[in-house]
Design a binder for this molecule. Structure first.
Ligand code: CP
Ligand code: NVA
Length: 304
């Protein structure tokens, strides 16, 4: 049995066993859900969901997931909370810990998520920061394992911005035994500490040579060129990332049965072509669905 988890702040905090245990539970919950087997494991529990950024998938999948687990979810827009008027995170954490059984937060600074965990007394889940998107990568790993049968030894190539997704894919992918390569402009590399850790693993490559990095990939992954918060740099980024597109020519270099994954939302014609997006729609939308199942597993692990 894996060590119990207290929070999900970033994948770097989890052991390989903990990640695999979440994926196994996610598969089980998905099976039960698809077969009409109710699992009200979190009856009577409430999750608070704090959003400082927009969301479609994260909000709806967490809210629905809590309902399916017999619990309740509260949508808390930071615009309406006192946090938006400057109430410190450490006070918010201590107050909300007295009402809720868990908090999911989407915000800018990773430190804010770490502070909620430090000052609060309930499980905290990172629903995306500028640094990490652990819930997304758990769903990605679940989807890749479903389609490929196992994870160990697979090659995942991420093409694009060295952002929150790149950071979490590097950590999650390497921890489950995948080889991860990142094709990104030198000026937009992932977090330096994550890169240093990844380079030690012997399962990692990074650079600007897209063709070499995507060669024989089992999974090709991409994300937007301008993340939430980066919109002001869009024109500059469009130039920097112009050649970092997942298109038919790039896919021809990957394995013939390579999967495409995209955390969504996608910008067709920028990081991915319409053609590749539609050819791989099944696995991309399965990935979106798996947010629900993977997060239910996280909620059960943390709040049961
Ligand atoms: N992938 C993802 O987190 O989507 P949302 O921004 O819609 O939540
Ligand atoms: N990198 C993107 C991911 C969105 C799910 C962003 O942060 O906006």
């Amino acid at each position: 049995m894996s060590e119990p988890m207290k929070h999900l702040l970033k994948l770097g905090d989890l052991t390989t066993e903990q990640i695999m245990s979440i994926l196994n539970l996610a598969d089980q919950l998905k099976y039960e859900y698809k077969h009409g087997i109710a699992h009200p494991i979190l009856a009577g529990k409430t999750l608070g969901m704090i959003f400082q950024k927009a969301s479609t998938r994260t909000r709806v999948s967490f809210e629905t997931g809590m309902y399916q687990l017999g619990g309740h979810a509260l949508f808390l827009s930071s615009r309406d909370l006192q946090i938006g008027r400057g109430e410190p995170v450490q006070d918010t954490a201590r107050v909300l810990s007295r009402y809720l059984d868990g908090i999911m937060i989407r915000t800018f600074a990773q430190q804010e998520v770490e502070d909620l965990a430090k000052y609060g007394s309930i499980p905290i889940i990172n629903g995306l920061t500028d640094y990490a998107h652990p819930c997304q990568v758990l769903a990605d790993l679940m989807t890749i394992r479903e389609r490929k049968g196992s994870l160990k030894g697979l090659k995942l190539c991420f093409i694009g911005d060295g952002n929150n997704m790149a950071n979490s894919l590097i950590v999650g992918g390497i921890k489950v035994g995948m080889h991860v390569s990142i094709a990104c402009p030198d000026a937009y590399q992932p977090d330096a500490a994550i890169l240093a850790w990844a380079k030690e693993s012997g399962q990692f490559a990074i650079g600007e040579d897209i063709a070499a990095l995507v060669k024989d990939a089992d999974v090709v992954y991409t994300d937007v060129w301008a993340s939430m918060g980066d919109e002001g740099e869009l024109e500059q980024r469009k130039k920097a990332f112009a050649s970092y597109q997942v298109n038919a020519a790039v896919m021809a270099l990957a394995k013939p049965d390579a999967m495409v994954q995209h955390c969504l939302p996608a910008h067709r014609g920028e990081e991915i072509t319409e053609e590749v997006m539609e050819a791989h729609a099944d696995e991309i939308f399965e990935e979106a669905e798996n947010r629900l199942h993977a997060q239910k597993a996280v909620l059960v692990k943390l709040m049961k």
